[in-house]
Design a protein around this ligand. Structure first.
Ligand code: SF4
Length: 245
């Protein structure tokens, strides 16, 4: 089978604490059955920005705070600012991620959260005021606006997992076509996601359409032609087992 008819293998970056290593501040990791299933179909690289900037495991929690209108991150014990180091690391990491199709990041984190990190009023206490992006995630999105960014909450249902896989495969296919590794005809299955003939859009507009697509996408068709009933039933069972635990 030629490369144009095989499903592409997306390249994905995930937060390292998701289905990988126990690197959270308290030495724990996070089980995400939907991600475990998705990893069968993608090539993954993991990243933990807090470890990369020299914070160990375990470590004191850090907090996202608004100071004089600016979002900063501080160590809750020493008060030391770490947001500049996290943003610098995001800049260098994004520069090396030209062939990455998407990022699956940990919800709620002051580093990795996507609109879900609490913005605290002080280094201690329970008072917080709204939510925002973690500083690593914010800088990554600024550097790579044409990539898919989701958190693990997108992978808590069968439909959610299927649409994330379809969107990642669509982005991987666009990348292949741009690099001359697949022909334009291989973009046809993207129509199920974009609601438009892919041939009528250039690569950037097509990526934008894929980024906005929310599904649902049917297993067994187009971008998910290889996902049969048994594969989606197994996914449903994996998700259910954790929900029941
Ligand atoms: S959320 Fe991000 S910074 Fe925090 S442990 Fe996970 S990968 Fe590391």
């Amino acid at each position: 089978m030629s490369e144009t008819t095989e499903q592409p293998i997306p390249r994905v970056v995930t937060s390292r604490c998701l289905e990988s290593e126990p690197v959270r501040y308290d030495g724990t990791g996070v089980a995400v059955p939907g991600l475990r299933w998705l990893l069968r179909y993608v090539e993954r690289v993991t990243v933990c920005p807090e470890i990369a900037v020299g914070l160990g495991v375990p470590r004191p929690p850090i907090r996202l705070l608004r100071e004089d209108g600016e979002l900063v991150v501080r160590d809750t014990v020493s008060g030391r600012r770490v947001d500049e180091a996290l943003r610098d690391y995001a800049t260098s990491f994004a520069a090396g991620a030209a062939t990455v199709d998407g990022f699956i990041l940990k919800a709620g984190s002051p580093s990795c959260g996507l609109g879900s990190a609490k913005i605290w009023r002080a280094l201690d206490g329970d008072d917080w005021d709204g939510r925002g992006d973690g500083v690593f995630a914010e800088q990554l999105q600024r550097m790579r606006p044409d990539r898919l960014f989701v958190d693990e909450c997108a992978l808590t249902t069968v439909d959610g997992c299927l649409v994330v896989l379809a969107r990642l495969r669509a982005l991987a296919r666009i990348r292949q076509v741009e690099r001359g590794r697949a022909d334009a005809a291989s973009l046809r299955p993207l129509a199920a996601l974009t609601d438009i003939d892919p041939a009528s859009l250039d690569a950037n507009d097509l990526r934008e359409r894929v980024m906005m697509a929310q599904g649902p996408v049917r297993a067994g068709e187009g971008l998910l032609a290889d996902i049969d009933g048994a594969a989606s039933d197994e996914l449903a069972q994996m998700i259910e087992e954790v929900a029941d635990a």
